[in-house]
Design a protein around this ligand. Sequence first.
Ligand code: NAP
Length: 496
Amino acid sequence: MAGQGAFSEIIDGDVFKYYADGEWKTSSSGKAVAIINPTTRKTHYKVQACTREEVNKVMETSKTAQKAWAKTPLWKRAELLHKAAAILKEHKNPIAECLVKEIAKPAKDAVTEVVRSGDLISYCAEEGVRLLGEGKFLVSDSFPGNERTKYCLSSKIPLGVVLAIPPFNYPVNLAVSKLGPALIAGNSVVLKPPTQGAVSALHMVHCFHLAGFPKGLISCVTGKGSEIGDFLTMHPAVNCISFTGGDTGIAISKKAGMIPLQMELGGKDACIVLEDADLDLAAANVVKGGFSYSGQRCTAVKVVLVMESVADALVEKINAKVAKLTVGPPEEDCDITPVVSESSANFIEGLVMDAKQKEAKFWQEYKREGNLIWPLLLDHVRPDMRIAWEEPFGPVLPVIRISSVEEGIHHCNASNFGLQGCVFTRDINKAILISDAMETGTVQINSAPARGPDHFPFQGLRDSGIGSQGITNSINMMTKIKSTVINLPAPTYSMG
Ligand code: NAP
């Protein structure tokens, strides 16, 4: 159970504590932020509303702890990460329960998220040991005009304090995808979890605490992003921001100072289906890609662009699968569960009503109860409809019928987003040409877009992001290069 057993020290009465200086603390604000269960629409948990003074204190201890951590042997850092990963996996059930209650994640997917996060942490430890265990050695005589009088030794060093801000949909996995690389690279981390998902994140942080990480190295401050977000992202002690979320990331990028930014933002991932595609494979991927976790995934299939000649057949196959999706509470492991908030459900409804008014074909009747929206396939969608361009983050999938591949590519590239895309065809040559033409961070051939496996590079173009994630890229991003140049009195050549 949440806040019980191994987790009993992280709660004070009915309010979860925040984590600073190696201890679980109650905020001096005396205020709590309510976390609404998306299924019952009632307050389920409460977290501390941290103050600016508490953030300042956290930044101070984080700076001090980082200096000592940077001098901790790499193998020891790795050892602690492996320990945290094992503890996290051991406690997968109570953490998964939080995910079910806070963000209505289907029960089995919630467990998978925690286990995947443990694996991610272990992979960071192993990748970090190899990547950071070596540097570069350069000699000067390869550049014109130079003798061999300079030896340059360069290696990767930590940035300092990394501010990690994940979104609600993977509050554990997207938190550890920042924590793991940051820590192995010798940084300290200040985590600001999403409000919906904060309790899952606090449990995850406690697993790092139990593993025995040094005091102050990891901190977790809670509170509404709209209230403490700017103070955190503009704090002078922060040396790097790793953010995953929506348009908030664009605003943060404009306000942040001269520090490295890793931004993983929204997507409108297109699925292009050609005439020669395996339509059963395409339909299975469209439904899995479009409706898993009720469409609340950055890499969900968010628009299908299908060649007119196979559109009827594809839509029929998609519909047959949509009819089999189970709808209901996350505790029963239903495929479609309530979306995260009432405002999110209202936003989705706005997109649906716009499509209705503009006469899209509805394959199912629109149905909503509270935050629960039944899966909906919208056919004959046209570019003048909002759903053709906007990210619903819900179980609503638009289909646009296209008369040429160029039309599909044009639609994909006209989007503000450029996260992922996918193409279904049996012709690998066509697939490669289309992949090259699609202006997105990744193109999947004959499969739905996906962020994992977590060590693959993951990046978005345009409003979908800055930089690249994936374990190796994140470790690289959270370090900088330091060189030492040895200047010799005379040219020297080592002889064979
Ligand atoms: P969001 O509203 O942008 O929130 C993301 C995080 O930012 C939350 O922790 C939020 O805290 C915090 N925040 C809010 N205002 C802030 C501010 N002024 N300064 C600093 N932080 C602030 O996104 P979301 O609704 O949680 O997630 C959905 C979005 O994330 C979608 O657009 C989705 O596509 C995107 N996403 C992208 C990826 C990717 O890797 N590309 C992966 C997953 C999701 P509060 O919860 O307290 O407001």
